[in-house]
Design a protein around this ligand. Sequence first.
Ligand code: ADP
Ligand code: MG
Length: 394
Amino acid sequence: MAKKTVNDIDLKNARVLMRADFNVPVKNGRITDDTRIRAALPTIKYILKQKGSSLILMSHLGRPKGTIKPELSLKPVAARLGNLLGISIIMASDCVGDEVAEKSKNLKSGEVMLLENLRFHAEEEKNDPDFAKQLASLGTIFVNDAFGTAHRAHASTEGIAHFITAVAGFLMEKEIRFLGGVLENPEKPFVAIIGGAKVSTKIGVLESLLKRATSIVIGGGMAYTFLKAQGHSIGKSLIENDFLKTAENLLKHAASEEVRIILPQDHLVASEFTETAGAELVDSIDIPDGKIGMDVGPKTLESCRSVIEQAKTVVWNGPMGVFEFDNFAKGTLEVAEMVADCRGTTVVGGGDSVAAVNKFGLSGRIDHVSTGGGASLEFLEGRELPGIKVLEEK
Ligand code: ADP
Ligand code: MG
């Protein structure tokens, strides 16, 4: 099920309406990280290279919840984008309405206009059809390059495609190619590394990957619920007692599918959950009373290495430990290095895992670092994302 991209349609003389993810961090009117703006440049530049085309960009920023919040205006994005492209961007005062419609129609070839924050209107998140239709009327072709919001059925991601030809941008296309590749025909051995805080948020992805993976590493805070389900003592580590049965069933399911599960065999623990707490090694699966499991230990990392080294496909979601605390970042750092060193296809998704990979400066050595946190998780769960579903098939 391949989706059409900007490469598959004629954009000559088109007024292209593109949904981007310009949801960048802004402090006192200044953009502190423009990664997301840069990520949209290949598609933007490609569109502007087409003869006679003009471009209308739209995005949300933050959570204004249907009210106009001046501090969440996209004006700083227009300025930064203009600098990056070396042109001046026309900033619209709103994203719908007569004035915007008029300005859109009058755009000249090569001109770029950025609409104001979509979420200043409550209709955006409600996926209101009238609002979607008004947005659609601004352009002649719709391009969605905002993978990070593709899991939400909003007016600018889903509703709009019912009124206008809709195709994927290059960023969206890359996400679908890599994440889809992992699900549809991963080269084996396929190793999934799933960590992070909670079983409850990762159960869907674990179940989906159980059907596909050769081995699954379970680390991070969620590992202790699995260890407890196996009858081990876990001290004061993170636990979701409501998910003990789920964990037990998942382990049984893995055994019947002949998927190897790697759980922590040793740990770095702390006496209290603080930034300054010292790390103590516990060289056994069982954790002493009163201690908190904060990171995986060296034996566990050797098991990870043995499977990741051999892998032809690796997907990683969720840190191995409390990597935000320097004393407990080692497991996540080492796994990140193993993934970077792996010769197979490597994919990392998830807000915190991606933050970790960036913090360690390793993103350039990973084949695909997903730009969507929630969206990549839902994709890996095997769900069809509403913003992707509505794009034209090839
Ligand atoms: P992602 O955003 O990559 O999907 P999650 O949001 O599921 O990842 O989980 C990330 C969080 O999990 C991090 O804040 C990290 O500190 C936390 N975490 C990892 N290991 C542990 C642990 N042993 N105990 C408590 N929290 C943990
Ligand atoms: Mg997270």
